[in-house]
Structure formats: structure tokens, C-alpha cells
Design a protein around this ligand. Structure first.
Ligand SMILES: [Zn+2]
Length: 303
């Protein structure tokens, strides 16, 4: 890569990172764009699949609700839509800046086991598709379908295309956006939840950062990179919200101790008080936009 795919700057800083989630210690080279501050994995390994073993977190088994619980979930979302919030799941927050109806056609890219789509179906959404090339087999129920398909093979149009921590697993953000704009209906919206290099944890702890996650994260943007991508593709970036979590602190602390995530019991590593402090700190970081992940909301610009 001679120039940044996003901003075309030709200045980079070289970064050497280690695989830490499984603790293999394998070494990977990243480049950080000196202008837009996006990070790129320099050489994508051919055997990337070996870094997604079957115990990879997004393939855990899917947890269905019984009829009563499903009904309660439907009522809870109805109440939320009318301004009454009780015991709201976190995905309500992710969806709240969007304009959606129960018949909005929605795609979840990199949906893993499909739990989010199932929850949205219980909440009353009726046209939900998930795509993931790494799942065992395609799956469908009354209100949602999951396809074993790569993002670039999708041939449908949507009112909303969502990426919940899957965008950074795709190799080329410009190719992703080129495809994305062809997938939107006229009022189409995009939600991308992704780690960001705005993170204070990245600036302070460098390659111990939990969400660098070499080599699974092929690319990590900065809020600046996401603004440039929107402009290049005629999309309005109408909302950016930081939604980082306590994991940025305990995960990074764990890696500094030289321990892998997989096979380590977090409850044994940190006290309840420490974990509570991490949760509070994440909320503070999000307020001042230095958390380690954010939600980016785009829509087509009105012609
Ligand atoms: Zn750049």
C-alpha cells in the first residue's frame, strides 16, 4: 500500500502488533496513516481463517426466547417507540438515531449466530437478513433469514445496512463503501459500529490495545477517516456516538499482563470494584469522544 485508501496520504507510521486474543504471539505489521489516522494491516495472511477458530465469540449458540418472553419483548419495544423505557437492551440505543418502521428492510453484515436479528424480530421487525461467510449453515425463521454469504455477494437493496463490529474484518473500506451505496434504497441508511483510533487507550497503551486485535482487524478507522468516506461516497454522516465499554480497560490490562482473552476468567483477574470503575470510566470516555469504539450513522444525501 503506497497511499492511504481513504485520504490518499502517502505518509505512514509502521506498527508491529501481536496476536493476543488466543495468545499465539504471531507478529503482524500495521501501518497508521499520518493524516487520517486509520490503521491498516500491511499484509493480510492467506490463512486468516485459522485466526477464527470454532470457539470465536460470535459463533456461540443462538439463544431463542419462548412465546411469553417474545411477547414481552414485543411490548417492551412498542413502549420504547412511544417514549417509555424499562429495562431496555443496549441495541435500542444503537437503533434510536435511525428512522425505521417494522417493515423496514434491514441487513446485518457479519451477523454471527444471528442473535441481534432474532431480538429485532421479537421486537416486531419483519424484514431482516443476516450475512456471514463464516457460519456453519444458512438458517431462516418466520421473520429473519441468515445467509452464508460474503458481503460482496449480496444482491439485495435495503433501508438499513448495519455492521456491528464486522466492518473492521473486511479488507478494503473503499471497496466496502463502493458496494454499500449500491445496496441502499432511496431513503437508505447505514449504521457502522467499529473500533476507532481516537481511543485514548490506543494513544496510551499502543499495541496492548484490546481492540487492535491483530490480525482479525484488517483496518481500524478514525472518526476523521469515517467523515472522509462519507464525503467521498455522497453520504451524509448524520450522527456519531461513542459506545465504548469496560473491555477497553480490562482487556488492555490483561494483554499487558501477558494473558490471552480466551481461557482467562476476567472475574479472577479483576475485583468487582475495579470492573465497576472500568464501566464508569468508559461512560466518561464516551462523553468526551475518547472511547475505543463508535457508531457512525450515514444516509443518502437528498438530491
Ligand atoms: Zn488516511
Amino acid at each position: 500500500m503506497k497511499e492511504c485508501e481513504i485520504c490518499q496520504s502517502s505518509e505512514f507510521k509502521a506498527i508491529v502488533a501481536q496476536e493476543r486474543m488466543y495468545g499465539t504471539g504471531d507478529i503482524f505489521d500495521y501501518k497508521e496513516c499520518s493524516s487520517c489516522k486509520a490503521l491498516f494491516l500491511a499484509d493480510i495472511p492467506e490463512d486468516l481463517g485459522k485466526y477464527y477458530p470454532s470457539n470465536y465469540y460470535s459463533f456461540g449458540s443462538f439463544n431463542p426466547s419462548n412465546a411469553l418472553l417474545a411477547l414481552l419483548k414485543k411490548l417492551r419495544y412498542k413502549a420504547f417507540s412511544r417514549g417509555f423505557s424499562f429495562n431496555s437492551p443496549v441495541y435500542y440505543d444503537w437503533l434510536s438515531p435511525l428512522t425505521l418502521t417494522p417493515t423496514s428492510k434491514i441487513a446485518d453484515i457479519g451477523c454471527g449466530n444471528g442473535q441481534l436479528l432474532a431480538e429485532m424480530a421479537y421486537s416486531g421487525f419483519k424484514r431482516l437478513d443476516g450475512y456471514d461467510p463464516y457460519i456453519q449453515a444458512a438458517f431462516s425463521s418466520e421473520n429473519f433469514s441468515i445467509y452464508k454469504k460474503d458481503f460482496f455477494e449480496i444482491d439485495q437493496k435495503y433501508d438499513l445496512v448495519m455492521f456491528h463490529h464486522s466492518f473492521e474484518h473486511l479488507p478494503n473500506p473503499v471497496e466496502v463503501f463502493t458496494k454499500l451505496v449500491t445496496m441502499l434504497n432511496p431513503e437508505g441508511q447505514i449504521l457502522i459500529r467499529v473500533p476507532v483510533t481516537d481511543a485514548k487507550v490506543w494513544k496510551e497503551e499502543h499495541t496492548f490495545w484490546f481492540q487492535l486485535d491483530a490480525p482479525r482487524h484488517l483496518f481500524i478507522p478514525n472518526t476523521k477517516s469515517m467523515e472522509i468516506l462519507g464525503e467521498r461516497f455522497g453520504l451524509e454522516l448524520f450522527n456519531t456516538t461513542f459506545d465504548s465499554m469496560d473491555s477497553q480497560f480490562w482487556g488492555t490490562a490483561l494483554y499487558k499482563k501477558g494473558k490471552p482473552l480466551v481461557g482467562t476468567d476476567i472475574g479472577n483477574e479483576f475485583s468487582k470494584k475495579e470492573l465497576a470503575e472500568f464501566r464508569n470510566k468508559a461512560l466518561q470516555y464516551n462523553k468526551i469522544k475518547i472511547g475505543d469504539q463508535a457508531c457512525f450513522y450515514y444516509r443518502k444525501k437528498k438530491q
